[in-house]
Design a protein around this ligand. Sequence first.
Ligand code: C5P
Length: 303
Amino acid sequence: MRVPAKVNLALCVGPRRADGYHDLATVFQAVSLYDRLRARPRADGRICAQMTGEGSEQLPCDRTNLVVRAAWLLRERYPGQTAGKGVDLAVDKQIPMAGGMAGGSADAAGTLLACNRLWGLNLPVGELAELGAELGSDVSFLLYGGNALGLGRGEQLTPLAASGRLEWVFATAPRGLATPLVYRRFDEMADRGAIVPDAGLPDEVIEQLSCGVAERVAACLRNDLQAPALELYPELVQTLRAGATAGALATLVSGSGPTCAFLAADAAAADRLAAELPKHAPEVRDVRRAYGPVSGPSIVDRA
Ligand code: C5P
């Protein structure tokens, strides 16, 4: 199975709630950067994970790993149907780790779908999405893919119409940025009056997405976590500038960062941008081409 990453075309963040989370109004787009997930039954009833690829050496494979937690959650909620059933989960990571593209959430979404099938649960996706929200705010969206408006923590989803496809270049960074840290810095900035929390609906992005003109979408992209991410990771200012110099229509930090997203006018412009970018941004770890929207997790082979 392959599971896509996401970028937020709009990420409007409200004040911190009593539960520590923030109300969001976000426009998600699933993009063509994929982790690969293979799930095989285990006769001994154990839930085991193995991670390879991009940054995987930093990931524990114990019960703190999001794919292991996803499988456990399904088993705990449906003990009757899953009694004695185990799984071997192998994840090959291509989505940048701690990069603001929801790689961990994508893997958890893929695990829920894979185990649902493997263990014969046949739960509808809506039910998996409710479980997914307990694992992370982006998991529900990544079960569906496409484009969607996310409210609440981001888990209350409405699919959005889109025409055409957007051509992206992503620049990954040498180190990660922990999402809670970025939200904490957002709160600090709000306390000192540097930003005003506002989870109002990003109407313009939604409208332009349905029209599908990249230049117009570019003009209204918004990420309220960009300012705190830049305070925590000042080198990203240089990366964003490099994207503009290399011809991007719009530059923004992806989610909580530190991956930077660059929107191009079309596929040829995006290819040129991807080739140009490293010349202007030596601090970038890796440059990736992608497009969106793409559909959610899909089975690519049975190997
Ligand atoms: O839900 P998820 O595990 O992705 O969130 C990671 C962290 O990001 C949370 O622990 C919280 O600190 C922060 N967060 C938030 N408001 C949201 C989503 C995430 O404060 N809507």
